[in-house]
Ligand binder design. Structure first.
Ligand code: GDP
Ligand code: MG
Length: 141
């Protein structure tokens, strides 16, 4: 059996504003994953710069950080075997216009014409980024 894994999930400000926190957490729990920690908070620029360090220099970084500061986000640590891959699969493709129906992004979002893609959720993309992001958002874990 594989070791249990943890991933960092964020419900981005569009998800909180649209009242989709419950629906998104419902899908995570219905899939069988476990919520280890959940916190609603406003992320500051320093935290977001570190969180999105891999995107330094990309043209969408500034609008992305501005969007992520536009309201509270729900940060969660989610646990289960292969949860990193599993949550990315639940979330769907980055672009909600083409994300498959059945996924969070495919079912619940679309292109709203904003500068940055508003796609409801973030999920860590590998073991190393999950460890880094969990330490960043939940230093006490
Ligand atoms: P994710 O792992 O699927 O969230 O995608 P990335 O890590 O590649 O990008 C982080 C976030 O930046 C995405 O979720 C989008 O909100 C935004 N983003 C990514 N690529 C683009 C892009 O090409 N254009 C714009 N406007 N935003 C993007
Ligand atoms: Mg990513």
């Amino acid at each position: 059996m594989t070791d249990t894994q943890r991933t960092l999930v964020l419900v981005k400000p569009d998800g909180v504003r649209r009242g989709l926190v419950g629906e998104i957490l419902r899908r995570i729990e219905a899939k069988g994953y476990t919520l280890v920690a959940v916190e609603l908070r406003e992320a500051d620029e320093a935290l977001l710069a570190e969180h999105y360090a891999e995107h330094a220099g990309k043209p969408f970084l500034e609008p992305l950080v501005e969007f992520m500061r536009s309201g509270p986000v729900l940060a969660a640590v989610v646990e289960g075997h292969r949860v990193i891959e599993g949550f990315r699969s639940l979330a769907g493709a980055t672009d909600p216009t083409v994300a498959a129906p059945g996924t969070i992004r495919g079912d619940l979002s679309r292109d709203w014409g904003f500068k940055v893609i508003q796609n409801l959720v973030h999920g860590s993309d590998g073991e190393e980024s999950a460890a880094r992001e969990i330490a960043l958002w939940f230093p006490s874990l």
